[in-house]
Design a protein around this ligand. Structure first.
Ligand code: RAM
Length: 338
């Protein structure tokens, strides 16, 4: 009952706002033509260089296919912060919403209401449960992302000693999947490495910085930190590079070359990994367009063309895979600028 009345009021809001849009535009098709592919990107949070780059790729793709691009998002990486933007996008009847989820479940009702109102939902970077989106654009397989990080930390500490994880927010779908697989990989293949703590910096620079300090204090024998978030690894590197633990506690994980360059050059970090976030956003925008145009439904085996990236096939559970993670070191970091 409750759900139904919520849905009715959501529908009323949508009808009202579309009536307002029509009035505002003097009764024509609503700004651009109603065929225009309007795509709204909703990252985990704004002000994160990783999402600045991915959304730049999304914008380039949308402009390339003649659609209309928008980016909205909360300051803090929380699901509640995302819900209001999802509701607004549905009210505006955007054709597609491309979202990196702060929680696999908590934004589902809002996403499904948007889908009921005709918006195609693509998750990218961090997925929701499969029944609240049409497709998920995955940056690399979770196994691959977990494995590369375990390999890097094992190499950095001589495959032995205490390590900790500095993650993003506690409910982030992507980080949680990677952590689970890192734990499995550690216990299967690295018996002398002990994971002593996992802490959450909420993809906030200051929180991540403070959590790094606290980790080093509470674990005096710590040999290494893995931070599977670009915000976390950059904050941890900044802390370590000015502390007497520099060179004693290894740091690796997932970072952007521009944020990590200084710390690779000053020896705080030997190597870290990532994919190309710009390509990720670009691909996600093309998935959105293929859904809107009806070229794909998000079913396994569906094929589509993603501009300069070429041809893709949708895999199981509506997943489209970008590629493999890439390892950055002091020898190659100079070749990248994002
Ligand atoms: C942060 C975000 C994002 C993640 C990267 C590696 O920017 O948590 O979701 O994919 O790190």
């Amino acid at each position: 009952m409750k759900l139904q009345s919520k849905r009715v009021s959501a529908l009323a809001a949508i009808l009202l706002s579309s009536a307002m849009i029509l009035t505002a535009c003097g009764g024509d098709d609503g700004g651009g033509s109603s065929d225009e592919v309007t795509v709204t990107f909703l990252p985990k949070n704004l002000g994160n260089p990783y999402f600045d780059t991915s959304d730049k790729g999304g914008k380039a793709a949308v402009e390339e296919f003649g659609g209309e691009f928008a980016e909205v998002g909360p300051q803090e990486a929380t699901p509640d912060g995302q819900v209001e933007y999802i509701n607004t996008a549905a009210q505006q009847q955007v054709k597609a919403l491309v979202v990196s989820a702060n929680d696999p479940k908590a934004i589902c009702d809002a996403l499904n209401q948007a889908r009921d109102a005709g918006t195609k939902v693509v998750t990218f970077d961090s997925d929701t449960e499969t029944d609240c989106r049409d497709a998920f654009v995955n940056q690399a397989s979770a196994e691959g992302i977990a494995k590369v990080q375990v390999e890097m930390i094992a190499k950095a500490i001589g495959d032995k000693g205490e390590i900790a994880i500095l993650s993003a927010s506690a409910n982030a779908t992507n980080q949680n999947a990677w952590i689970k697989m890192m734990e499995a990989e550690l216990s299967a293949s690295h018996p002398d490495i002990k994971l002593v703590d996992t802490v959450y910096g909420d993809d906030d620079d200051q929180t991540s910085f403070d959590k790094t300090a606290a980790l080093l204090q509470s674990h005096p024998n710590l040999k290494g930190i893995v931070s599977p978030t670009t915000v976390g690894i950059a904050a941890a590197a900044r802390y370590l590079s000015d502390s007497d633990k520099k060179g004693k506690v290894a740091l690796t994980g997932l970072g952007t070359p521009n944020q990590m360059r200084e710390y690779v050059e000053n020896g705080t970090v030997a190597e870290f990994a990532l994919w190309n976030p710009e390509d990720l956003g670009y691909l996600a925008a093309y998935v959105a367009k293929a859904l809107v145009d009806g070229d794909i439904k998000g079913d396994e085996g569906d094929t589509f063309k993603a501009g300069k990236l070429g041809d893709y096939t949708v895999g199981a559970d509506g997943e489209v895979l970008l590629g493999d993670p890439f390892v950055f070191t002091k020898d190659n970091i100079g070749d990248f600028n994002f």
